[in-house]
Design a protein around this ligand. Structure first.
Ligand SMILES: Cc1ncc(COP(=O)(O)O)c(C=O)c1O
Length: 374
């Protein structure tokens, strides 16, 4: 059987990882400034992570959500403590899109409405309502185009107000730092205004923290730069360092109703062991603080390159926008300098390394980057 060919692939077979480095099947080492698309949070093959998963699978990999799973409560307790959302409730699923589907479903159960506002250039996933909420007509199939969603200009509060005051908006869904959209940031004033409007019109404020959350921005959540608390927060990617997992953090104002949300695999024992290991390492190694420190240094150094039009981001979520398409720079970084990076559109390189990136590794990246750019 052939694989269904959905991605253009680099001809590289990665077989091993350690910390911020990966190796191909020929033994070639690469510096990982991509983190497998913002997924590797605590670094590849962290010994505590390996041990927790190995022990758990030897004990019990999976059992049904119809019985108590104490590991889920352990994830919730540790996440509540580290994120500052101890008073919220946690629902666990398996991916980012699934987290957003459940967040929107919850919002609609809550206020009975069906309209959603998202930012222009938003990316919220590839499943039914999540893809409709994604501002890219090429990936919205006719079956997903159901007129629920309005795409709104970023940070333009009067435009959002004009829609919200119609009183029919179920939810607004915001990436405080847009990932796929090119590392664009909301302003605190916009988020504070939006919070007030959502309260006024009983609209649910959802922050999609799937890419920008879980320590990546140098705070646990990117919205914590804006001084607001959303009603619902969605997480995935870094939450289990590559083990498929997603989560929805739900404000106490939502009362759970049996049967409204559910899942077979979500929050299974193995996923929880991975998630607990991630939270352990994030706390022990102060990875949020590390992301803030190393990210600030990287941004400061990158701003010195006159070849880059603009450097944007927070923590270890950094976008470098060029006047020209970056395809060749990225290709040379990968094949000549052995550095993995990400991309957004045609002109933006995205850096999304593991949160344990050291100052030495940041400097190593700058040396390799300089060789390509100069
Ligand atoms: C902001 C954001 N939301 C949602 C998703 C979808 O996550 P997943 O691919 O796990 O479904 C992504 C994935 O890139 C994302 O960046």
């Amino acid at each position: 059987m052939k694989l269904y060919d959905v991605y253009p692939l680099f001809d590289i077979n990665i077989v091993k990882g350690k910390g911020c480095h990966v190796w191909d099947d020929k033994g070639q080492e690469y510096l990982d400034l991509y983190g497998g698309h913002a997924v590797i949070s605590i670094g590849h093959a962290h010994p505590h992570y390996v041990e927790m998963i190995a022990n758990q699978v030897a004990q019990l990999g999976f059992y049904s959500n119809s019985v108590i799973n104490k590991l889920q409560q352990e994830v919730a307790d540790r996440l509540g403590e580290l994120s500052g959302y101890d008073d919220y409730q946690l629902f666990l699923i398996n991916s980012g899109a699934e987290a957003n589907e459940n967040a929107l479903k919850l919002a609609s159960f809550y206020n009975g409405r069906t309209r959603v506002l998202v930012q222009e250039k938003a990316f919220h996933g590839r499943t039914s309502l999540a893809v409709e909420a994604t501002h890219n007509p090429k990936i919205i199939a006719p079956i997903n185009a159901n007129d629920h969603v309005t795409y709104m200009p970023m940070n333009d509060l009067p435009a959002w107000k004009a829609e919200l005051e119609k009183g029919d908006v179920c939810a607004v869904m915001i990436e405080c730092i847009q990932g796929v959209g090119g590392i664009r940031l909301v302003t605190p004033e916009f988020m504070q205004g939006l919070r007030e409007l959502c309260d006024q019109y009983d609209t649910v404020l959802i922050c999609d923290e799937i890419q920008c959350g879980y320590g990546r921005s140098g705070k646990f959540f990117a919205h914590q730069y804006t001084g607001i608390r959303p009603d619902v927060i969605t997480v995935a990617k870094g939450i289990a360092n590559g083990f498929p997992m997603g989560g929805v953090l739900i404000s106490p104002k939502f009362a759970p109703v049996y049967g409204q949300l559910g899942t077979t695999f979500g929050g299974n024992h193995l996923a929880c062991a991975a998630a607990i290991a991630v939270l352990d390492v994030m706390k022990q190694d102060a990875l949020v603080e590390n992301a803030a420190k190393v990210g600030a240094y990287l941004m400061e150094e990158l701003k010195k390159f006159p070849q880059i039009k603009e450097v944007r981001g927070e923590g270890l979520m950094i976008g470098m926008e060029f006047e020209e398409p970056i395809k060749e720079i990225r290709r040379r970084l990968l094949f000549e300098q052995k550095v993995f990076t990400g991309v957004s559109g045609t002109n933006v390189i995205r850096l999304l390394p593991p949160l344990c990136l050291s100052m030495d590794e940041a400097n190593e990246f700058l040396i390799r980057f300089k060789k390509v750019i100069e």
